[in-house]
Design a protein around this ligand. Structure first.
Ligand SMILES: *Cc1c(COP(=O)(O)O)cnc(C)c1O
Length: 381
């Protein structure tokens, strides 16, 4: 295995889901989004860990992500959060995925595919209460639901919406979120008034799970908090979160340089002293953004070292000082769960982005190494 790898601490997934469970109580179901290869952590391992921790549902973004989980043997219900193109519709039926539906055309095509396959497909009605992405208008919800009921092959299993600013404590954002929750509640009431059972109600992703108990409804969809990061900088420690991912590498080369020597492309860094430079086999192609240099520091054996010069595609260099204690092959941590060092959220902050993007950016060529899984999980392998 190469030196650069992402250690995934599955015991932290258990801990985070336990904390979510404490917050939402025992009656609310948990749906863990494992889209984008489990936010970069590996969808299958996260799915197994989530099921072990009591998740009733998983969620994916693309039909193919759902197929991959089914082919690996996952039988837990899988919500498909994005809308498919026509050629994916048969696969939804064939692989037993649970799609969100928001328009009559899709409902008709899915109904036809279900009928042709002799299957009953559960669907969740998606209502757009202000995210502006997918979903029917709130006042269309009863008619969309009737379209589903009209299809012999479909059943309404749930009704959902998605909140746009539930992670913010800005007063306008709080008002907006409350209005979204109220829109959802009244659309559901209109469905019920029409004699339609809306099924499992769900609206809350991480932000609303922490801030809006009234948005928990029957199921919550915690993504980023399950992976151990706050949904935004406005987070104030409502539940303890433990990051799962630790990105580490090893020193593969050490050389002495003289004062005045430049390091890396563009010669943006020139040493002002005689010192030792260590090379790490990790670069922007591994997900370590080039925009992190200058300024990034890494940790090894309890010491902190600056990355010097530009981060290359596959390598970067650190200044280990004139009297280095660091040795070739020493382990170096880029980010991880250790509260003493940076996490993916720290890097995200530096980059002006969110931790979601940092963990998703860790490239496929970085092996994921899983630690801390529950013994029972081994039966799934
Ligand atoms: C990704 C996603 C989530 C999870 O969001 P987090 O902010 O990671 O908790 C929940 N619901 C939907 C519809 C999503 O697309």
């Amino acid at each position: 295995m190469r030196a650069t790898r992402a250690i995934i601490h599955l015991e932290n997934l258990q801990s985070n889901i336990r904390e979510i469970r404490k917050l939402i109580g025992s009656d609310t179901k948990i749906c863990i989004p494992v889209k984008a290869d489990g936010y970069g952590h590996g969808a299958l391992k996260i799915a197994v860990g989530a099921i072990q921790a009591g998740a009733a549902y998983l969620a994916v973004a693309s039909v193919q992500e759902g197929i991959d989980l089914r082919e690996a043997g996952i039988i837990t219900p899988i919500l498909s959060l994005s809308l498919p193109i026509p050629e994916e519709i048969d696969q939804i039926v064939q692989y037993g995925l649970t799609p969100l539906v928001a328009d009559a055309d899709f409902i008709a095509e899915l109904g036809a595919a279900a009928r042709a396959a002799g299957k009953i497909v559960p669907v969740h009605i998606k209502i757009d209460t202000g995210m502006g992405r997918i979903g029917c208008e709130p006042d269309e919800a009863p008619s969309i639901a009737r379209r589903v009921l009209h299809e012999k092959g479909l059943v309404i299993e749930g009704t959902a919406t998605h909140l746009a600013v539930s992670d913010s404590d800005d007063p306008d954002d709080i008002a907006y979120t409350k209005a979204q929750i109220a829109e959802f509640t009244s659309a559901v009431a209109a469905m019920r008034a029409d004699g339609i059972d809306p099924g499992i109600l769900h609206a809350a992703s991480s932000g609303a799970i922490l801030r809006y108990p009234e948005a928990h409804f029957d199921m919550v969809r915690p993504g980023i908090i399950a992976y151990g990061y706050p949904p935004s900088a406005d987070y104030d420690g409502i539940i303890p979160l433990k990051p799962l991912m630790e990105l580490e590498t090893q020193i593969v080369y050490i050389k002495k340089i003289e004062r005045g020597t430049s390091v890396s492309y563009g010669r943006t860094w020139v040493s002002d002293r005689d010192t030792y430079i260590a090379t790490l086999p990790i670069g922007y192609a591994d997900g370590l953004s080039r925009r992190l240099s200058p300024g990034l520091t890494v940790r090894s054996e309890g010491k902190t070292y600056p990355v010097v010069g530009r981060i290359c595609m596959d390598q970067c260099m650190i200044d280990i000082g004139p009297e280095p204690t660091a040795r070739k092959w020493d382990k170096v941590t880029i980010f991880g769960p250790d509260p003493e060092g940076p996490s993916a959220a720290t890097l995200a902050d530096r980059l002006g982005t969110i931790s979601y993007e940092v963990t998703c950016a860790v490239n496929k060529r970085v092996p994921r190494v899983y630690v801390g899984d529950e013994p029972r999980a081994r039966v799934f392998r």
